[in-house]
Every structure is written in C-alpha cells, then in structure tokens.
Design a protein around this ligand. Structure first.
Ligand code: ASP
Length: 348
C-alpha cells in the first residue's frame, strides 16, 4: 500500500512539475528543417515535408525544459514565403500573447527569407515575450542534420528570461541574432547567418544562453505598426543597380503604379544617370523611392553624393534592401509623408 501511495505521489509531482515548465508554442512554416529527400545528402530534397510534431519528436529531451505545442501554419520552402503567411503568423502570435496561451513562441522557417519574416514580425508583434525563429541548412534526412539541434537551441533561447524584451530573434548554429540585423550570408554552409553591422547578440551553448549586447531599436509593446488578416499591404518593389543598368525596370514599376521602390544601389546607395532620371519620374508619379545599398554592411547616408531633398528620395539607413522594403510597406500604411517615413528608417 505504502508503495502505491509513493508512486502516486511521484506521479502527481511529475505532472505538477510539467505544468510549471514554460509554455512554448511552435509555429511551423516549413523550410529545410522540415525537408526530406531520398538520399543522405542535400541533393534533390524537398523543403517543408515533415510535420512539426515529428520535428519535435526528434528532440525528446525538450519535454524536460518546456511544455511544447506545435501548430502548422504553412508548409513551404521560404523562397515561397508570402505576405499572407506573414500576416497569419503576426495575427496568431499577437493572439497567443494577448490570451496568455504561451510564454514564448518559436517559429520554424526556411533560411532563404528567414531574415525578412523575422524583421516583419519584429515590427508587428506587440509584446515583450520572446519570439525566436530557427531553421536548418540540411534536410532532416541528411547526415548530421542541423535541424534538431537548432530547434532545441531556439526553444532554450525562447524560455530564457534574459530573452524577454529583445524583440524577434533568430537562433542558428549556436548564435543568437537580432532579426533586424541578421542576414543569410552563405548559400549552403551550416553557419549560414551573420549580422554584418553588429555581430550576434549572444550565443546558446550547452543549454545555456549568454547575451553580449542589447538591441537599441526594439519596438516590442510600443510598436506603431500592426496588421490584421485582411490588411492589404502596399506594393513596394526592389530594383537592383549594377554597372550600365538600363532604367527599364523602374519605368515598368511606374507604369504598374506601385506604392514604393527600394533601389539596391551601389556603395552609399548610388545609381547611374539613367536610374537618376527614372527615379525623378517615379517621384513625380508619387511613388516613394528609398535608396538602400547592395553592399552587405554600412549605412546609406542622406545627402552624400546624392542630394535626397532635391531628388525627393529617402534613405534606408543600415537596413538591407529586403528589410527596407518591409519597413516602407508598413510605413506607407501610416503615411506618405517622406519626412515621417525617413524618421521611421532612423528609428526602427
Ligand atoms: N530553400 C530553403 C528554404 O528557405 C532553404 C532552407 O531552409 O535552408 O526553405
């Protein structure tokens, strides 16, 4: 009898301890982390094949550190990521925190556009609770698949109290990166991510999380931006500048009546005379043109070689073209005033 009481007490204790663990909801979107192929290398694999419950099943020890629930939001390679999926993620993440359904969110995502999703969510999730994205470079069926470790690490980062108030983070290959700063820097290497301007904000190692720095541009609960499921985002396109580039793409976008154009300029957001004339035409047509740079680090400075006041352009500051596009889309939902839009680029 004593034995039965003892086992029963242990059981109750175990259930109680499990209930005390931090609650993490994983929002899965696909990517190589959920990729599967017929061979043990990367050749011919398909992203987004494996459901989230199976991915979590590959790291059984995670049950000791967190109460995990998985939700399949999408199953795409992130080259097929869309603004509709971004909106779904944003709406669900805000709902999860408002209804206190979880203490933290982890998002599994392909690596190709992970930095874009991360920055978009950084701007539209109004909470100081941790949101951590991760993925993998090798499919789940490959030798030395990096997905299970990256997922375990991302959960470790998400439940660490020090991760609160840091906005959206990307946890990858033991590095922790600010979603605003991070960039995919390698096409195939396991160490694919880096933050050229600022470096990683921390590391996750042996189940421990250490931070080196804080982000100075976190919006958290005070974000001015928000989206709903039916929000129609303005159309902003990116045009790449290169030696002797003709202006045709800019003229095509003027004809399409887009809301904004980001120029991935050379150096300090520069472009040639053909682009200069086309940009004037775009500005005259009421399109907001933002000068960014195809260079992976540094900032695009106002009124350097180009006088932005005269030309009617704004600059991306240190945002890459793909992130400048996101901020311009969200900014244009609030205003068309270029001074205010420029301030967004210096603030967010
Ligand atoms: N193309 C894949 C994706 O972005 C690559 C990856 O996840 O590593 O979904």
């Amino acid at each position: 009898m004593k034995k039965i009481v003892f086992i029963f007490t242990l059981l109750i204790l175990a259930v109680h301890l499990q209930a005390q663990l931090p609650r993490v909801i994983i929002l899965a979107t696909g990517g190589t982390i959920a990729g599967a192929g017929a061979s043990s290398d990367r050749a011919g694999y398909t992203a987004g094949k494996i459901p989230i419950d199976q991915l979590v099943g590959s790291i059984p020890t995670v049950k000791k550190i967190a109460n995990i629930t998985g939700e399949q939001v999408a199953s795409v390679g992130s080259q097929d990521m869309t603004t509709d999926i971004w909106k779904k993620l944003a709406v669900r993440a805000n709902e999860i925190f408002q209804k206190n359904e979880a203490d933290a969110i982890v998002i599994t995502h392909g690596t190709d556009t992970q930095e874009e999703t991360g920055y978009f969510l950084d701007l539209v999730i109004a909470s100081d609770r941790p949101v951590v994205l991760t993925g993998s470079m090798r499919p789940a069926t490959a030798i030395s698949a990096d997905g299970p470790k990256n997922l375990y690490d991302a959960i470790t980062v998400a439940i660490d109290p020090k991760s609160k108030g840091r906005g959206v983070l990307i946890s990858f290959n033991e590095g922790i990166f600010d979603a605003r700063e991070v960039m995919k820097l390698s096409t195939t290497k396991v160490n694919a991510f880096g933050s050229p301007n600022s470096g990683p904000v921390g590391q996750v190692y042996d189940g421990k999380v250490e931070y080196y720095s804080t982000s100075i541009r976190e919006v958290n609960v005070n974000t001015p931006f928000s989206v709903k499921a039916d929000t129609k985002l303005p159309r902003v396109d990116i045009v790449y500048m290169y030696a002797d580039a003709p202006p045709d793409q800019i003229d095509m976008l003027i004809a399409k009546k887009v809301d904004g154009i980001v120029i991935a300029g050379v150096g300090n957001g520069n472009f040639n005379k053909a682009y200069m004339d086309a940009v004037k035409r775009a500005v005259a047509a009421g399109i907001v043109v933002c000068r960014a740079s195809r260079a992976p680090s540094g900032r695009v400075v106002l009124h350097d070689e180009i006088n932005d006041d005269e030309l009617g352009t704004i600059v991306s500051d240190d945002l890459t073209p793909q992130k400048a596009r996101i901020l311009l889309m969200l900014g244009l939902m609030k205003t068309k005033d270029k001074k205010t839009l420029q301030q967004y680029f210096f603030k967010y």
